[in-house]
Write a new protein. Structure first.
Length: 603
């Protein structure tokens, strides 16, 4: 045979009896190529041989990383960063929280429907058992990993703890809620005014000098004697006759600036402040919460952090460790599962850094993963949920077609925390597909915190990484070498309708608050520049790995003009897709699904 390249052109497998249905097949092409100038020296033709290898794509691991920020409440008109109630109200059916109304063009409902169709398209085309795994990663500035790392309570892997067994925040301090010591007893204002009787459960641990307070007990009252297991004498007369009155037992001690030791503890430290218990912020000398490292005696403890001031007879507020909350209602005071990145020591302006590495795992892939800090916003001036109560972030408070005028009014320690992500799941099984679709349908925007796209991208990498932190499920995620030899592809599909942003100084994000310096600055403007650099670094590292295909989707003019998204996709043999309006978002997702289905041969 002949071709434009020459004569005697042949293409055949090597060896000749090779199995063409194998996952990897080597082909050899040969041709006789006529020479032009070489004829002058007597060479009319040369034989050319080229060898190529084809690999059949036998399966896919796909991380679908989806923007759940507040602007996704908008309709087809532009949203962040300059949205208003008016610009977000067009073509939206606010009451359609199930996203079943065909007239509803809200961004979140369009995304839910497009992502659902994406999964259905892939599962219809790839039905061979365990040949398609999908992960769903909703993100805002943080990702919710609680259900992946926690079984219940404080039993969590990969979540940072202080020197005791309690969760710690990104500053290395124990986090929890007030847990005062209370007893009940009878008081009298008529006779035996300085006696409390019928104490329940008992007087164990109470000592002379113990401070108590409560209704009918004057301020400054202390215990002058412990008479029995059910009775004490007090220093001031009771002002009310009560049966079963609730009495608060106050812990006091002597603190010294810069010291971890607290002395003169009253009542008994071994009874009320054992190792692992908490001392809460608020008392003089305690600007930060701390765990108790050890109860050295009934009157002395070691804490995990140094005291910030000195004082005698300081009242210490006992705390109860937060636990992992599985309800995902955003109305809890417990930790709901979102995390703050453990960036390296060079980027932290606060103490208690748990990652001393020189590189930052929020844009790299360490072989040994550090722990993540719980995303738990302690009540402060910007988010005073202790006084105002925890406000729900839900379909009832975050309404399509409208954006909360001041997102800081949605008080709570989990403000800005999206629904839990789902690690790689076998969607060739009906149960696995149902899990994936349920995760997609449960998404809803969190109108708080801005946008940190690189947080979504790095968690997309993490769910596909064979180096952890997620446990392999039925052999997935595949190791890089196994994926390569068996023809599997690792794919990230990331969608956003905005750009990196840090909206305010008091904002809590997946990199803490701006004052913490976890983005290598304490300036919000510089932070945005650094966030863009961080996204570029994530994408560059993914591309250099050589095992990933990245597709990015920019929704609306903000997303479409996101040059970081464009550059990210072009480095990985994937593609950048503009979805100017929600109406063509489903087309974009469908085109990516078809591209993945067609991905069968690679050079």
């Amino acid at each position: 045979p002949s071709s434009a390249l020459g004569t005697n052109v042949t293409v055949a497998p090597v060896p000749a009896n090779a199995d063409l249905t194998a996952s990897t097949v080597t082909f050899q092409a040969q041709a006789t190529v006529p020479m032009t100038f070489m004829r002058l020296v007597g060479i009319n033709n040369i034989n050319v041989t080229v060898t190529a290898q084809t690999k059949k794509t036998t399966g896919l691991e796909v991380a679908v990383v989806l923007d759940n920020t507040g602007s996704m409440l908008c309709g087809p008109n532009d949203g962040a960063p300059n949205y208003s109630d008016t610009s977000c109200s067009g073509n939206v059916v606010s009451a359609d929280t199930s996203c079943t109304n065909a007239s509803n063009q809200s961004r979140i409902c369009t995304l839910i429907n497009a992502a659902t169709q994406f999964v259905n398209t892939l599962t219809s085309a790839i039905s061979s058992s365990q040949q398609l795994y999908i992960s769903i990663v909703p993100y805002v500035t943080t990702v919710n990993v609680g259900s992946s790392f926690c079984t219940s309570g404080t039993n969590c892997s990969h979540i940072a703890t202080d020197c005791a067994s309690n969760f710690s925040d990104y500053k290395g301090n124990a986090i929890g809620v007030a847990n005062p010591i209370t007893i009940t007893g009878n008081t009298s204002s008529a006779s035996n005014k300085n006696v409390i009787t019928n104490i329940s459960p008992n007087t164990s641990g109470l000592t002379v000098g113990t401070s108590i307070s409560g209704s009918g007990i004057p301020n400054g009252t202390t215990i002058t004697s412990v008479d029995s297991g059910t009775q004490v004498h007090i220093s001031n007369n009771a002002t009310a006759t009560q049966t079963g009155a609730t009495i608060t037992v106050n812990i006091t001690g002597t603190v010294s600036n810069g010291s971890q030791i607290i002395t003169n503890i009253n009542p008994s430290a071994t009874t009320f402040l054992p190792a692992g218990s908490l001392i809460m912020a608020g008392g003089s000398g305690f600007s930060m919460n701390s765990s108790v490292q050890s109860a050295d005696s009934a009157t002395q403890i070691h804490t995990c952090n140094n005291a910030s001031a000195s004082g005698a007879s300081v009242t210490l507020t006992r705390g109860a460790a937060i636990t992992y909350d599985t309800t995902n209602t955003n109305t809890t005071q417990n930790w709901m599962g979102c995390v703050v990145e453990p960036t390296s020591s060079d980027e932290n302006s606060v103490s208690g850094v748990i990652n001393s590495a020189t590189s930052d795992p929020d844009y790299t892939e360490p072989s040994n993963w550090p722990n993540w800090y719980p995303f738990w916003w302690a009540s402060d001036s910007g988010n005073n949920w202790a006084a105002n109560g925890v406000k729900a972030q839900s379909t009832a408070t975050e309404i399509q077609g409208s954006v909360v005028a001041d997102w800081l009014t949605l008080y709570g320690p989990n403000q800005g925390c999206p629904v839990p992500m789902l690690p790689l799941t076998d969607v060739t099984s009906s149960a696995g597909k149902t899990q994936v679709l349920n995760t997609i349908s449960s998404m809803w925007p969190r109108d708080a915190g801005g946008t940190q796209v690189h947080i979504g991208m790095i968690w997309g990498w993490r769910v596909l990484s064979p180096n952890g932190p997620f446990t392999a499920n039925n052999g997935h995620p595949l190791s890089y070498s196994n994926a390569s030899t068996t023809g599997w592809k690792k794919v990230i599909v990331l969608m956003t309708d905005g750009t990196e942003e840090w909206p305010s100084t008091d904002n809590m994000t997946g990199l803490g608050q701006i004052a913490d310096g976890k983005i290598d600055t304490t300036n919000t403007s510089t932070a945005v520049t650094n966030l863009n650099t961080r996204l570029a670094n994530v994408c560059s590292n993914l591309a250099s790995n050589g095992n990933y295909i990245i597709y990015t989707i920019g929704l609306g003019s903000d997303g479409a003009s996101n040059t970081q998204l464009q550059n990210c996709a072009t480095t990985s043999n994937g593609g950048f897709f503009e979805a100017a309006t929600p109406s063509n978002l489903q087309t974009v997702f469908n085109n990516i699904a078809k591209s993945l289905i067609a991905l069968r041969l690679t050079q």
